[in-house]
Design a protein around this ligand. Structure first.
Ligand SMILES: Cc1ncc(COP(=O)(O)O)c(C=O)c1O
Length: 504
């Protein structure tokens, strides 16, 4: 197997601004240095003064000392120092975007803002069906009419890879009035789309491409990593810096370029959904991460990439464990694969990914990024080193030596692609907000879903409000939950009942 599945075709973006500057971090340092008197404004803990010492013991005093208001705190009452604006400008420059917006509500908010900037109530939007549930929430909230674009199914390995240019072109032929396309790439398994090909199709129709690049924060900063949205011509892209970068949890950014999506509208949509109390802690971490990546990203990611190569090679020597990468690629499969996502097939150990994830946490205090019926995912970042790699390898070596003690996997009835192709018969918003009832899961077959059912992670819904539920999809969820799958978003997490639309 070649050591690198990425095609590595892009250049790291050229920067034009002074990236040694960190406006948010600098303003925060000034604030802490110069603070005189007291604040008679939120946050009520007053830089930690009112915090129970038992809380400080766990969280540390610095968290509270740095938790200041963005307005009339970090910046003045009218934000005249443009602290946030300058930090966003630097971030845009770092990734070669025209505008960047920081969000402290995760990509879950950023992706909705992007969708609402492109389509509104009853308007159509092409959406790859491997969408995260936050995308479906965007459809529900905005009353958008989704035109699902089929993922590329790998029936041998049971993966849903992002669709490519052909599938998107066919969808535009069917629905020429669609306002744009939303592509999800990379997937949580590191599978990437041909973004440039999809962008070209969208632009031939003069429609914008939104890319949900939640898993791709690191991609711009190393030429051997898969191509990434701004470089490949997307109009808007959304990134969770907390996933593969060094943001704090919920730290997300979205980038814009070109004239198909108005940055002013994008900003309005963010304002519609966002908080009026953004966390300066998150802003500061985003700001510092950008400087780190511009100054040292290539070198840091070099280290992570060679670590990933070594780990993949060493894990491949362990009987029963198969690292996957090139197996995911092909003409009708994924276009590229992120080598920092270690996809480990554990089927050869005679157990499930759920069993391995639980064993690693219980026996070795190791948490993996994702587990499914036959795989676990280990996400590597620039924060990993020889010690963390050795820790994982050692734990996996012990796991293999104890394979006889691992519980055999409960049988998950895996659906065929057709079985997962549920028909949307109602606007998701109407199904979600209209009259609904809870019925035993067996009786839900043939009914219209009024809630999501998303195995988590990665949080891609099997059933979306407005879809008519079919037997295979329901059996997958039912047997999956029995095997250890976690479905947190149904009203009844045991999935004995499901919320469905009351039809006339
Ligand atoms: C593809 C995708 N999009 C969006 C999100 C939401 O990101 P966040 O957790 O930053 O809100 C996730 C989260 O897992 C995701 O996997």
């Amino acid at each position: 197997m070649p050591e690198r599945a990425s095609r590595g075709t892009h250049q790291v973006p050229p920067v034009t601004l002074d990236h040694s500057q960190t406006p948010v971090l600098d303003a925060l340092a000034d604030y802490k240095r110069n603070q005189r008197g007291r604040n008679f404004s939120p946050p009520g803990h007053k830089q930690g003064g009112g915090v129970d010492p038992r809380v400080v013991e766990v969280l540390g005093a610095d968290v509270f000392a740095s938790d200041v208001l963005a307005m009339s705190g970090l910046d003045d009452r009218r934000m005249s120092q443009q602290v946030l604006g300058r930090a966003q400008e630097l971030m845009a420059d770092a990734v070669d975007a025209e505008h960047t917006f920081f969000s402290t509500c995760g990509s879950s908010l950023s992706v909705k803002s992007a969708m609402l900037a492109v389509a509104g109530p009853h308007e159509k939007l092409l959406v790859a069906r491997n969408a995260h549930k936050s995308v479906v929430s965007g459809l529900v909230l905005a009353g958008i009419d989704p035109v699902w674009v089929e993922p590329r199914w790998d029936t041998e390995h049971h993966f849903a890879h992002p669709p490519g240019p052909d599938e998107v072109a066919a969808a535009f032929d069917r629905e020429p009035d669609a306002k744009g396309m939303l592509l999800i790439t990379p997937t949580a398994y590191g599978a990437c789309a041909d973004i440039r090909g999809v962008a070209d199709v969208c632009h031939r129709h003069d429609k914008p491409l939104i890319v949900d690049e939640a898993w791709g924060a690191h991609l711009p900063f190393h030429p051997e990593l898969p191509s990434w949205a701004m470089d490949a011509g997307a109009d808007v892209c959304v990134t969770s810096v907390h996933k593969m970068g060094a943001g704090l949890e919920q730290g997300s950014v979205f980038h814009q370029q070109g004239n198909r999506v108005d940055p002013a509208v994008l900003k309005l949509r963010e304002d519609l959904l966002g908080t009026t109390s953004p966390s300066v802690l998150m802003y500061a971490a985003l700001d510092g991460w950008r400087r780190q990546m511009v100054e040292q990203g290539q070198q840091l990611l070099d280290g992570a990439l060679s670590l990933a190569r070594r780990l993949r090679r060493d894990i491949a020597e362990l009987p029963g464990l198969t690292p996957l990468a090139t197996e995911l690629l092909g003409p009708r499969l994924a276009y590229e694969h992120d080598p920092l996502v270690l996809v480990l097939d554990v089927h050869g150990l005679g157990t499930s990914g759920y069993g391995v994830a639980d064993w690693l946490r219980e026996q070795r205090n190791i948490n993996v990024g994702l587990a499914d019926h036959r795989r676990v995912i280990a996400n590597l970042t620039h924060a990993d080193d020889d010690t963390s790699a050795a820790f994982l390898l050692d734990a996996l070596t012990e796991l293999v030596s104890r394979r006889d003690q691992l519980a055999p996997p409960a049988q998950v009835r895996l659906p065929s692609p057709e079985g997962l192709r549920l028909k949307t018969v109602m606007l998701p918003r109407d199904a979600y907000f209209g009259p609904a009832e809870h019925v035993p899961v067996e009786a839900a077959v043939g009914r219209i879903a009024a809630e999501y059912a998303s195995p988590y992670p990665p949080g891609v819904p099997v059933a979306v409000p407005g879809e008519r539920i079919e037997h295979e999809a329901m059996e997958y969820l039912r047997t999956g939950v029995a095997a250890g799958m976690y479905v947190p978003d149904t009203a009844d997490p045991s999935l004995r009942t499901l919320r469905v639309v009351v039809e006339d």
